[in-house]
Design a protein around this ligand. Structure first.
Ligand SMILES: Cc1cc2nc3c(=O)[nH]c(=O)nc-3n(C[C@H](O)[C@H](O)[C@H](O)COP(=O)(O)OP(=O)(O)OC[C@H]3O[C@@H](n4cnc5c(N)ncnc54)[C@H](O)[C@@H]3O)c2cc1C
Length: 414
Protein backbone atom coordinates (compact mmCIF):
# COMPACT_ATOMS: atom_id res chain seq x y z
CA UNK A 1 0.00 0.00 0.00
CA UNK A 2 1.30 3.43 -0.88
CA UNK A 3 1.89 5.64 2.15
CA UNK A 4 -0.07 8.86 2.64
CA UNK A 5 2.25 11.87 2.88
CA UNK A 6 2.51 15.49 1.89
CA UNK A 7 4.43 14.36 -1.22
CA UNK A 8 1.64 11.95 -2.18
CA UNK A 9 -0.93 14.76 -1.85
CA UNK A 10 1.21 17.04 -4.03
CA UNK A 11 1.80 14.30 -6.62
CA UNK A 12 -1.90 13.43 -6.82
CA UNK A 13 -2.80 17.12 -6.98
CA UNK A 14 -0.66 17.43 -10.09
CA UNK A 15 -2.36 14.47 -11.81
CA UNK A 16 -5.94 15.33 -10.82
CA UNK A 17 -6.16 12.70 -8.06
CA UNK A 18 -6.31 9.80 -10.51
CA UNK A 19 -3.67 7.68 -8.77
CA UNK A 20 -5.12 7.03 -5.30
CA UNK A 21 -5.54 3.36 -4.42
CA UNK A 22 -8.59 1.97 -2.66
CA UNK A 23 -8.05 2.25 1.10
CA UNK A 24 -9.01 -1.41 1.67
CA UNK A 25 -9.88 -4.42 -0.46
CA UNK A 26 -13.38 -5.95 -0.60
CA UNK A 27 -12.60 -9.69 -0.81
CA UNK A 28 -14.87 -12.72 -0.82
CA UNK A 29 -14.48 -14.90 2.30
CA UNK A 30 -11.96 -17.74 2.24
CA UNK A 31 -12.93 -21.22 3.47
CA UNK A 32 -10.91 -20.93 6.68
CA UNK A 33 -9.05 -18.37 8.81
CA UNK A 34 -6.90 -18.68 11.91
CA UNK A 35 -9.01 -15.97 13.55
CA UNK A 36 -12.43 -14.51 12.75
CA UNK A 37 -13.49 -11.27 14.39
CA UNK A 38 -17.22 -10.55 14.22
CA UNK A 39 -17.93 -6.81 14.07
CA UNK A 40 -15.95 -4.22 12.10
CA UNK A 41 -16.41 -1.45 14.64
CA UNK A 42 -13.40 0.21 16.22
CA UNK A 43 -12.85 -2.52 18.80
CA UNK A 44 -13.04 -5.38 16.28
CA UNK A 45 -10.75 -3.67 13.78
CA UNK A 46 -8.26 -2.65 16.48
CA UNK A 47 -8.19 -6.23 17.80
CA UNK A 48 -7.37 -7.51 14.32
CA UNK A 49 -4.75 -4.80 13.79
CA UNK A 50 -2.81 -5.59 16.97
CA UNK A 51 -3.11 -9.36 16.32
CA UNK A 52 -1.19 -8.69 13.12
CA UNK A 53 1.13 -5.98 14.36
CA UNK A 54 2.05 -7.41 17.76
CA UNK A 55 1.76 -11.17 17.16
CA UNK A 56 2.18 -11.67 13.39
CA UNK A 57 -1.27 -13.31 13.11
CA UNK A 58 -2.58 -12.09 9.76
CA UNK A 59 -4.76 -14.94 8.47
CA UNK A 60 -7.71 -13.01 9.91
CA UNK A 61 -11.20 -12.07 8.69
CA UNK A 62 -13.23 -9.22 10.16
CA UNK A 63 -16.88 -9.89 9.37
CA UNK A 64 -19.39 -7.05 9.38
CA UNK A 65 -23.12 -7.27 8.74
CA UNK A 66 -23.37 -3.65 7.55
CA UNK A 67 -20.57 -1.30 6.62
CA UNK A 68 -17.39 -0.92 8.63
CA UNK A 69 -17.65 1.68 11.36
CA UNK A 70 -21.44 1.87 10.83
CA UNK A 71 -22.31 0.80 14.38
CA UNK A 72 -21.60 2.81 17.53
CA UNK A 73 -18.10 3.64 16.30
CA UNK A 74 -19.53 5.94 13.64
CA UNK A 75 -22.31 7.26 15.89
CA UNK A 76 -20.58 8.47 19.01
CA UNK A 77 -19.64 11.93 20.23
CA UNK A 78 -15.89 11.11 20.05
CA UNK A 79 -14.94 11.98 23.63
CA UNK A 80 -11.60 10.60 24.79
CA UNK A 81 -10.40 10.60 28.41
CA UNK A 82 -8.87 8.23 30.96
CA UNK A 83 -9.98 9.74 34.31
CA UNK A 84 -11.67 6.62 35.69
CA UNK A 85 -11.75 5.63 39.34
CA UNK A 86 -10.68 1.99 39.59
CA UNK A 87 -7.13 0.81 38.85
CA UNK A 88 -7.97 -1.75 36.13
CA UNK A 89 -10.00 0.92 34.29
CA UNK A 90 -7.27 3.53 34.56
CA UNK A 91 -4.80 0.99 33.17
CA UNK A 92 -6.76 0.11 30.03
CA UNK A 93 -8.22 3.59 29.32
CA UNK A 94 -4.85 5.28 29.80
CA UNK A 95 -3.18 2.70 27.57
CA UNK A 96 -5.78 3.67 24.96
CA UNK A 97 -5.12 7.39 25.43
CA UNK A 98 -1.36 6.88 25.04
CA UNK A 99 -1.94 4.90 21.84
CA UNK A 100 -4.31 7.63 20.56
CA UNK A 101 -1.53 10.19 21.02
CA UNK A 102 0.49 8.51 18.23
CA UNK A 103 -2.26 6.71 16.35
CA UNK A 104 -2.17 8.91 13.24
CA UNK A 105 1.55 8.22 12.81
CA UNK A 106 1.19 4.53 13.64
CA UNK A 107 -1.63 3.97 11.13
CA UNK A 108 -0.36 6.54 8.60
CA UNK A 109 -3.92 7.88 8.69
CA UNK A 110 -5.00 11.18 10.19
CA UNK A 111 -7.47 10.33 12.97
CA UNK A 112 -7.64 14.03 13.90
CA UNK A 113 -6.84 13.39 17.57
CA UNK A 114 -7.44 16.68 19.36
CA UNK A 115 -6.27 16.71 23.01
CA UNK A 116 -8.09 19.93 23.78
CA UNK A 117 -8.85 19.11 27.41
CA UNK A 118 -11.93 17.73 29.10
CA UNK A 119 -13.85 18.92 32.15
CA UNK A 120 -16.46 17.05 34.17
CA UNK A 121 -18.52 19.61 36.05
CA UNK A 122 -19.36 19.15 39.72
CA UNK A 123 -22.84 20.60 40.28
CA UNK A 124 -23.76 18.98 43.60
CA UNK A 125 -21.83 18.48 46.84
CA UNK A 126 -21.89 14.77 46.14
CA UNK A 127 -20.13 15.31 42.80
CA UNK A 128 -17.54 17.61 44.40
CA UNK A 129 -16.56 14.82 46.78
CA UNK A 130 -16.72 12.17 44.05
CA UNK A 131 -14.48 14.04 41.61
CA UNK A 132 -12.00 15.17 44.26
CA UNK A 133 -11.67 11.51 45.17
CA UNK A 134 -11.11 10.67 41.49
CA UNK A 135 -8.34 13.27 41.23
CA UNK A 136 -6.57 11.59 44.15
CA UNK A 137 -7.09 8.10 42.71
CA UNK A 138 -5.78 9.32 39.34
CA UNK A 139 -2.66 10.71 41.03
CA UNK A 140 -1.94 7.27 42.51
CA UNK A 141 -2.50 5.70 39.08
CA UNK A 142 -0.17 8.13 37.32
CA UNK A 143 -3.02 9.66 35.32
CA UNK A 144 -2.69 13.45 35.34
CA UNK A 145 -5.99 15.11 36.32
CA UNK A 146 -6.70 18.13 38.50
CA UNK A 147 -9.48 19.83 40.41
CA UNK A 148 -10.46 23.28 39.08
CA UNK A 149 -12.47 25.96 40.89
CA UNK A 150 -15.58 27.64 39.38
CA UNK A 151 -13.52 30.76 38.61
CA UNK A 152 -10.84 28.76 36.78
CA UNK A 153 -13.58 26.97 34.93
CA UNK A 154 -15.19 30.20 33.80
CA UNK A 155 -11.83 31.22 32.28
CA UNK A 156 -11.51 27.90 30.46
CA UNK A 157 -15.13 27.94 29.26
CA UNK A 158 -16.35 31.55 28.94
CA UNK A 159 -19.82 30.52 27.65
CA UNK A 160 -20.63 28.67 30.89
CA UNK A 161 -23.01 30.06 33.51
CA UNK A 162 -21.51 29.09 36.89
CA UNK A 163 -24.38 30.63 38.92
CA UNK A 164 -27.22 28.41 37.70
CA UNK A 165 -30.27 28.59 40.03
CA UNK A 166 -30.68 24.83 40.43
CA UNK A 167 -27.23 23.49 39.68
CA UNK A 168 -24.46 26.07 40.20
CA UNK A 169 -21.03 24.96 39.03
CA UNK A 170 -18.98 24.09 42.14
CA UNK A 171 -15.79 23.03 40.38
CA UNK A 172 -14.65 20.39 37.98
CA UNK A 173 -12.44 17.41 37.23
CA UNK A 174 -10.06 18.50 34.49
CA UNK A 175 -7.98 16.22 32.29
CA UNK A 176 -5.80 18.28 29.98
CA UNK A 177 -4.80 15.28 27.84
CA UNK A 178 -8.46 14.37 27.14
CA UNK A 179 -10.24 15.49 23.99
CA UNK A 180 -11.70 14.09 20.79
CA UNK A 181 -10.77 12.28 17.56
CA UNK A 182 -12.58 11.75 14.26
CA UNK A 183 -14.56 8.54 14.87
CA UNK A 184 -14.88 7.36 11.24
CA UNK A 185 -11.19 7.96 10.66
CA UNK A 186 -10.32 5.65 13.56
CA UNK A 187 -12.31 2.83 11.93
CA UNK A 188 -11.03 3.64 8.43
CA UNK A 189 -7.41 3.90 9.56
CA UNK A 190 -7.50 0.52 11.29
CA UNK A 191 -9.37 -1.09 8.35
CA UNK A 192 -6.80 0.19 5.86
CA UNK A 193 -3.92 -1.07 7.99
CA UNK A 194 -5.59 -4.50 8.46
CA UNK A 195 -6.24 -4.83 4.74
CA UNK A 196 -2.62 -3.88 4.05
CA UNK A 197 -1.45 -6.74 6.29
CA UNK A 198 -3.46 -9.16 4.12
CA UNK A 199 -6.48 -9.45 6.42
CA UNK A 200 -9.97 -9.68 4.87
CA UNK A 201 -12.52 -7.05 5.92
CA UNK A 202 -15.78 -8.60 4.72
CA UNK A 203 -18.72 -6.19 4.77
CA UNK A 204 -22.43 -6.91 4.13
CA UNK A 205 -21.95 -10.35 5.68
CA UNK A 206 -24.04 -11.20 8.73
CA UNK A 207 -23.09 -13.94 11.17
CA UNK A 208 -26.21 -16.06 11.64
CA UNK A 209 -24.80 -18.94 13.65
CA UNK A 210 -21.76 -20.09 15.59
CA UNK A 211 -20.61 -23.66 14.92
CA UNK A 212 -19.00 -25.67 17.71
CA UNK A 213 -17.79 -29.26 18.09
CA UNK A 214 -17.08 -30.86 21.47
CA UNK A 215 -17.23 -27.53 23.29
CA UNK A 216 -14.82 -25.84 20.85
CA UNK A 217 -15.51 -23.33 18.11
CA UNK A 218 -15.02 -24.50 14.53
CA UNK A 219 -16.56 -21.65 12.55
CA UNK A 220 -19.49 -19.40 11.79
CA UNK A 221 -22.47 -19.54 9.44
CA UNK A 222 -22.94 -16.30 7.56
CA UNK A 223 -25.07 -14.82 4.80
CA UNK A 224 -22.07 -15.54 2.54
CA UNK A 225 -21.80 -19.19 3.62
CA UNK A 226 -19.96 -21.16 6.29
CA UNK A 227 -16.48 -19.98 7.26
CA UNK A 228 -14.16 -22.04 9.48
CA UNK A 229 -11.79 -20.68 12.11
CA UNK A 230 -9.61 -21.76 15.03
CA UNK A 231 -10.45 -18.74 17.18
CA UNK A 232 -13.43 -16.43 17.19
CA UNK A 233 -13.66 -12.90 18.64
CA UNK A 234 -17.15 -11.50 19.27
CA UNK A 235 -16.89 -7.73 19.17
CA UNK A 236 -20.42 -6.62 18.34
CA UNK A 237 -21.35 -4.13 21.10
CA UNK A 238 -25.17 -3.95 21.40
CA UNK A 239 -25.62 -7.30 19.61
CA UNK A 240 -23.36 -9.27 21.96
CA UNK A 241 -26.22 -11.13 23.66
CA UNK A 242 -27.53 -12.20 20.25
CA UNK A 243 -24.12 -13.63 19.25
CA UNK A 244 -23.59 -15.23 22.67
CA UNK A 245 -26.93 -17.01 22.37
CA UNK A 246 -25.81 -18.44 19.02
CA UNK A 247 -22.80 -19.92 20.81
CA UNK A 248 -24.92 -21.24 23.69
CA UNK A 249 -23.96 -19.01 26.62
CA UNK A 250 -25.40 -15.91 28.28
CA UNK A 251 -23.85 -12.58 29.21
CA UNK A 252 -24.98 -9.91 31.71
CA UNK A 253 -25.45 -7.29 28.98
CA UNK A 254 -28.42 -5.01 28.38
CA UNK A 255 -28.82 -3.31 25.01
CA UNK A 256 -30.25 0.20 25.02
CA UNK A 257 -30.41 3.14 22.63
CA UNK A 258 -28.13 6.11 23.25
CA UNK A 259 -28.47 9.20 21.13
CA UNK A 260 -26.69 12.39 20.24
CA UNK A 261 -27.41 15.52 18.25
CA UNK A 262 -25.58 18.42 16.61
CA UNK A 263 -26.49 22.07 16.24
CA UNK A 264 -26.04 24.29 13.24
CA UNK A 265 -22.40 25.34 12.80
CA UNK A 266 -21.42 28.49 14.69
CA UNK A 267 -18.18 30.42 15.22
CA UNK A 268 -15.64 28.90 17.61
CA UNK A 269 -16.89 29.40 21.17
CA UNK A 270 -15.68 26.44 23.23
CA UNK A 271 -12.28 24.74 22.85
CA UNK A 272 -12.63 22.09 25.56
CA UNK A 273 -15.06 19.21 26.07
CA UNK A 274 -17.52 19.77 28.94
CA UNK A 275 -19.61 17.11 30.62
CA UNK A 276 -22.41 17.99 33.03
CA UNK A 277 -23.33 14.66 34.49
CA UNK A 278 -25.87 15.75 37.09
CA UNK A 279 -28.01 17.61 34.59
CA UNK A 280 -27.35 14.79 32.10
CA UNK A 281 -25.77 16.46 29.11
CA UNK A 282 -22.38 17.10 27.58
CA UNK A 283 -21.05 19.21 24.75
CA UNK A 284 -18.04 19.89 22.53
CA UNK A 285 -17.56 21.89 19.34
CA UNK A 286 -16.65 20.09 16.14
CA UNK A 287 -14.09 21.37 13.63
CA UNK A 288 -17.04 22.36 11.43
CA UNK A 289 -18.42 24.53 14.24
CA UNK A 290 -21.39 22.35 15.22
CA UNK A 291 -22.05 21.93 18.94
CA UNK A 292 -21.98 18.15 19.47
CA UNK A 293 -24.40 17.23 22.26
CA UNK A 294 -25.12 13.98 24.03
CA UNK A 295 -27.28 12.84 26.90
CA UNK A 296 -28.48 9.69 28.62
CA UNK A 297 -29.67 6.28 27.48
CA UNK A 298 -33.22 5.11 26.98
CA UNK A 299 -34.46 3.45 30.13
CA UNK A 300 -35.78 0.34 28.39
CA UNK A 301 -34.03 -2.31 26.29
CA UNK A 302 -34.28 -1.94 22.52
CA UNK A 303 -32.44 -2.31 19.21
CA UNK A 304 -33.89 0.69 17.37
CA UNK A 305 -30.70 2.77 16.69
CA UNK A 306 -32.90 5.85 17.15
CA UNK A 307 -33.72 6.66 20.77
CA UNK A 308 -36.82 8.24 22.26
CA UNK A 309 -37.71 11.81 21.40
CA UNK A 310 -38.19 12.96 24.99
CA UNK A 311 -34.46 12.41 25.63
CA UNK A 312 -33.50 15.08 23.11
CA UNK A 313 -35.82 17.51 24.85
CA UNK A 314 -34.50 16.60 28.32
CA UNK A 315 -30.85 16.81 27.25
CA UNK A 316 -31.19 20.23 25.67
CA UNK A 317 -33.32 21.54 28.53
CA UNK A 318 -30.69 20.34 31.00
CA UNK A 319 -27.87 22.08 29.17
CA UNK A 320 -29.66 25.42 28.82
CA UNK A 321 -29.23 26.26 32.51
CA UNK A 322 -25.45 25.77 32.37
CA UNK A 323 -25.01 27.00 28.77
CA UNK A 324 -27.72 29.63 28.15
CA UNK A 325 -26.50 30.14 24.56
CA UNK A 326 -27.86 26.68 23.67
CA UNK A 327 -31.38 28.12 23.80
CA UNK A 328 -30.65 30.18 20.69
CA UNK A 329 -29.20 27.32 18.61
CA UNK A 330 -31.04 25.40 15.91
CA UNK A 331 -30.49 21.67 16.06
CA UNK A 332 -29.45 20.10 12.77
CA UNK A 333 -29.72 16.37 13.16
CA UNK A 334 -30.02 13.54 15.69
CA UNK A 335 -29.08 9.84 15.61
CA UNK A 336 -28.74 6.86 17.92
CA UNK A 337 -26.74 3.72 18.53
CA UNK A 338 -27.30 0.53 20.52
CA UNK A 339 -24.94 0.37 23.44
CA UNK A 340 -24.06 -2.66 25.55
CA UNK A 341 -24.39 -1.96 29.28
CA UNK A 342 -23.04 -4.08 32.13
CA UNK A 343 -24.20 -3.79 35.75
CA UNK A 344 -20.90 -2.30 36.97
CA UNK A 345 -20.47 -0.05 33.90
CA UNK A 346 -17.16 -1.72 33.05
CA UNK A 347 -16.39 -3.76 29.93
CA UNK A 348 -15.98 -7.48 29.46
CA UNK A 349 -12.82 -8.78 27.74
CA UNK A 350 -12.82 -12.46 28.36
CA UNK A 351 -12.55 -16.08 27.43
CA UNK A 352 -15.97 -17.75 27.34
CA UNK A 353 -17.38 -21.17 28.24
CA UNK A 354 -16.75 -22.23 24.60
CA UNK A 355 -13.08 -22.98 23.86
CA UNK A 356 -11.67 -20.63 21.23
CA UNK A 357 -14.39 -17.99 21.63
CA UNK A 358 -13.41 -14.65 23.15
CA UNK A 359 -15.68 -11.72 23.85
CA UNK A 360 -15.03 -7.97 23.93
CA UNK A 361 -18.11 -5.96 24.88
CA UNK A 362 -19.82 -3.96 27.62
CA UNK A 363 -18.18 -0.65 26.72
CA UNK A 364 -21.64 0.88 26.99
CA UNK A 365 -21.79 4.61 26.52
CA UNK A 366 -18.02 5.13 26.65
CA UNK A 367 -16.04 2.75 24.48
CA UNK A 368 -14.81 5.00 21.69
CA UNK A 369 -12.03 6.34 23.90
CA UNK A 370 -10.90 2.79 24.67
CA UNK A 371 -10.59 1.46 21.12
CA UNK A 372 -6.77 1.27 20.80
CA UNK A 373 -6.23 -0.03 24.35
CA UNK A 374 -9.05 -2.54 24.05
CA UNK A 375 -7.75 -3.82 20.70
CA UNK A 376 -4.23 -4.09 22.12
CA UNK A 377 -5.40 -6.04 25.18
CA UNK A 378 -7.90 -8.25 23.32
CA UNK A 379 -5.24 -9.20 20.77
CA UNK A 380 -2.94 -10.23 23.62
CA UNK A 381 -5.72 -12.27 25.23
CA UNK A 382 -6.55 -14.02 21.95
CA UNK A 383 -2.91 -14.65 20.99
CA UNK A 384 -1.48 -15.68 24.37
CA UNK A 385 -4.54 -16.75 26.37
CA UNK A 386 -4.03 -14.06 29.02
CA UNK A 387 -3.37 -10.33 29.30
CA UNK A 388 -2.61 -8.21 32.38
CA UNK A 389 -4.92 -5.52 30.99
CA UNK A 390 -7.95 -7.83 30.68
CA UNK A 391 -7.68 -10.14 33.68
CA UNK A 392 -10.00 -8.09 35.92
CA UNK A 393 -12.55 -7.69 33.09
CA UNK A 394 -13.38 -11.39 32.97
CA UNK A 395 -17.07 -12.23 32.30
CA UNK A 396 -17.08 -14.51 35.37
CA UNK A 397 -16.60 -11.54 37.75
CA UNK A 398 -20.38 -11.10 37.85
CA UNK A 399 -20.81 -14.61 39.22
CA UNK A 400 -18.15 -13.97 41.85
CA UNK A 401 -19.27 -10.42 42.75
CA UNK A 402 -15.89 -8.91 41.82
CA UNK A 403 -17.36 -5.80 40.24
CA UNK A 404 -15.28 -2.91 38.86
CA UNK A 405 -17.72 -0.20 39.82
CA UNK A 406 -17.43 2.75 37.45
CA UNK A 407 -20.98 4.04 37.85
CA UNK A 408 -19.68 7.48 38.87
CA UNK A 409 -17.14 7.73 36.06
CA UNK A 410 -19.22 6.06 33.35
CA UNK A 411 -22.88 6.02 34.43
CA UNK A 412 -23.85 9.07 32.42
CA UNK A 413 -20.49 10.28 31.17
CA UNK A 414 -18.92 9.07 27.95
C1 LIG B 1 -24.74 8.42 20.68
C2 LIG B 1 -23.50 7.79 21.24
C3 LIG B 1 -22.54 8.58 21.82
C4 LIG B 1 -21.37 8.04 22.33
N1 LIG B 1 -20.40 8.86 22.79
C5 LIG B 1 -19.20 8.37 23.16
C6 LIG B 1 -18.14 9.24 23.50
O1 LIG B 1 -18.26 10.45 23.42
N2 LIG B 1 -16.97 8.69 23.91
C7 LIG B 1 -16.79 7.33 24.01
O2 LIG B 1 -15.72 6.91 24.43
N3 LIG B 1 -17.79 6.47 23.64
C8 LIG B 1 -18.97 6.96 23.22
N4 LIG B 1 -19.99 6.09 22.83
C9 LIG B 1 -19.79 4.65 22.93
C10 LIG B 1 -18.95 4.10 21.78
O3 LIG B 1 -19.46 4.56 20.57
C11 LIG B 1 -18.96 2.57 21.79
O4 LIG B 1 -18.63 2.08 23.07
C12 LIG B 1 -17.95 2.00 20.80
O5 LIG B 1 -18.03 2.65 19.56
C13 LIG B 1 -18.19 0.53 20.63
O6 LIG B 1 -17.40 0.09 19.54
P1 LIG B 1 -17.53 -1.41 19.06
O7 LIG B 1 -16.50 -1.61 18.02
O8 LIG B 1 -17.52 -2.31 20.24
O9 LIG B 1 -19.02 -1.51 18.50
P2 LIG B 1 -19.66 -1.03 17.12
O10 LIG B 1 -18.98 0.14 16.56
O11 LIG B 1 -21.14 -0.93 17.36
O12 LIG B 1 -19.34 -2.24 16.16
C14 LIG B 1 -19.98 -3.49 16.28
C15 LIG B 1 -20.26 -3.96 14.87
O13 LIG B 1 -20.75 -5.30 14.93
C16 LIG B 1 -21.62 -5.46 13.83
N5 LIG B 1 -22.46 -6.64 14.05
C17 LIG B 1 -23.44 -6.80 14.98
N6 LIG B 1 -24.00 -8.04 14.86
C18 LIG B 1 -23.36 -8.65 13.82
C19 LIG B 1 -23.49 -9.91 13.19
N7 LIG B 1 -24.40 -10.82 13.60
N8 LIG B 1 -22.68 -10.21 12.15
C20 LIG B 1 -21.74 -9.32 11.71
N9 LIG B 1 -21.58 -8.10 12.27
C21 LIG B 1 -22.37 -7.77 13.31
C22 LIG B 1 -22.41 -4.15 13.81
O14 LIG B 1 -23.00 -3.92 12.55
C23 LIG B 1 -21.33 -3.13 14.16
O15 LIG B 1 -20.76 -2.50 13.04
C24 LIG B 1 -21.18 6.63 22.31
C25 LIG B 1 -22.15 5.80 21.73
C26 LIG B 1 -23.29 6.37 21.18
C27 LIG B 1 -24.31 5.47 20.55
Amino acid sequence: MRRYSVFAVAREGLRYHTGWERAWRSPQPKKKYDVIIVGAGGHGLATAYYLGKNYGITNVAIIEKGWLGGGNTGRNTTIIRSNYLQDPSAAIYDKALKLYENLSQDLNYNVMFSPRGLIMLAQTHHEVRGYQRTVMANQLQGVATEWVTPEQLKKLVPIINIHGPRYPVMGGLYQKRGGTARHDAVAWGYARACSDMGMDVIQQCEVKGVRTEGGKVVGVSTTKGDIDCDKLGMVVAGHTSVLAEMAGFRLPIESVALQALVSEPIKPCMDVVVMANTVHGYMSQSDKGEMVIGGGTDSFNNYTQRGSFHHIEETVRALVETFPMVSRLKMLRQWGGIVDMTGDRSPILSKTPVEGIFVNCGWGTGGFKAIPGSGWAMAELMAKGHSPLTQEFDMFRFREGKFIDESVAAGVAH
